[in-house]
Design a protein around this ligand. Structure first.
Ligand SMILES: [Ca+2]
Ligand SMILES: [Ca+2]
Ligand SMILES: [Ca+2]
Ligand SMILES: [Ca+2]
Length: 374
């Protein structure tokens, strides 16, 4: 959160146990009380705080990139207690221990051991996602992908979950589903080529196999092109709001590295029935090839702060509207002026307070072939 800007932390660590916490803010050191609802642990060179608050588990990771004993907050993941549903995922940038409270953007600092404290990043791109505010513990709808054949009766079934979501399913091939304007929706594609249109609320959409078109519309949405066996050509557009977009096709090595470094996120994605394709993807084998899937992520004006996961440098593309947000982004050269690379993350400032961050990607193999322009 922005209130964390300007803060760093010092930990007393004895025999691998955190025995004291101090917070340094604007040069002042303050000894923090360790509340009963929080536990601290040392994991490698990271310190992890787990806090239970109002039904939520908040896991905060602190890193000390330059080894000077002053830690900074690297990431913060909130999940619903008992369900593992991620309600908020946030990475904080601070590569070299200094923070500038006057900025509200910075590059991502999570897991950036190879980051060399580079030069011109301007603050903190804090990407925050709060799409899934409710639990799905009771929802045991296990998406099988179906047979791909049309169902006789209700190809477009709608049901109210007891989790606040309205569930839209289809067992019919090449179907079109529309989310609700009143409720958060789950749009569940089948094996064919589906068109999934989110409503204005926070939707969860999963294309599954086939060449799917996913349009999140307003709200903070989660869009998944398909699982690890997806061979489709998927087109994903989060729309406005802060969306999480996941490429269909095989799991990349760098995504796996990222998930391993963020087990809370991995567990949440694996457990939640709403992410059926993603769950198989998380558990699947690493194969950077993409397996023949092609995913296109369309970026237009006012996209908010989107996160893209499982981007395959071999086959996936960002499709960028020229001059979006009134920016000077017109081609590769102008785009590169807006790109900030931090470890296996690439953040592009798309202008006017909008950005996209590709998380856990194979930066070395990215090329112009990963860009398309419209
Ligand atoms: Ca599909
Ligand atoms: Ca698909
Ligand atoms: Ca939506
Ligand atoms: Ca968006």
């Amino acid at each position: 959160m922005s209130t964390d800007a300007g803060k760093s932390y010092k930990f007393n660590i004895q025999n691998g146990v955190v025995t004291g916490v101090s917070e340094i803010e604007n040069g002042y050191l303050k000894v923090e009380r360790v509340d009963a609802n929080e536990t601290w642990s040392v994991q490698g060179n990271q310190v992890v705080k787990t806090e239970y608050d109002d039904g939520r588990i908040e896991t905060t990771t602190y890193t000390d990139p330059d080894g000077d004993g002053f830690y900074v907050k690297a990431s913060e993941v909130k999940t619903l207690s008992g369900t593992g549903v991620v309600t908020s995922f946030e990475s904080h940038g601070d590569d070299d221990g200094h923070v500038d409270a006057s900025h509200n953007t910075s590059d991502e600092g999570n897991n950036d051991t190879d980051h060399t404290g580079d030069t011109d990043h301007t603050g903190t791109t804090s990407v925050e996602h709060a799409a899934t505010a409710t639990a799905t513990a009771q929802h045991d709808e296990s998406k099988t992908g179906g047979s791909g054949t049309a169902s006789d009766d209700h190809p477009d079934e709608v049901s109210d979950g007891d989790d606040g979501y309205e569930y839209h399913h289809t067992t019919e091939s090449d179907h079109e589903l529309h989310g609700s304007e009143l409720h958060d929706s789950v749009l569940d594609g089948a094996l064919g080529d589906d068109q999934l249109h989110g409503g204005t609320r926070n939707d969860v959409m999963d294309g599954d196999d086939g060449s799917d078109t996913l349009d999140g519309n307003d709200g903070d949405d989660i869009l998944v092109g398909g699982g690890e066996n997806d061979r489709g050509h998927n087109h994903l557009n989060g729309g406005s709001g802060d969306d999480v977009l996941v490429a269909g096709g095989s799991k990349t090595q760098s995504l796996d590295d990222f998930l391993n470094a963020n087990p809370v996120l991995s567990t949440a994605l694996t457990n939640d029935a709403k992410y059926a394709s993603l769950s198989t993807l998380v558990k699947g084998a690493v194969d950077d090839s993409g397996g023949g899937a092609m995913n296109t992520f369309e970026l237009d004006s006012g996209n908010g702060h989107d996160l893209i996961f499982n981007f395959h440098a071999s086959s996936d593309k960002l499709e960028i509207h020229r001059g979006l947000n009134g920016s000077d982004i017109e081609d590769t050269a102008s785009l590169l002026r807006h790109v900030d690379v931090s470890g296996d993350r690439v953040t592009i400032d798309l202008g006017n307070g909008n950005s996209v961050t590709l998380v856990g990607i194979d930066v070395e193999h990215m090329s112009e072939a990963n860009l398309a322009w419209i």
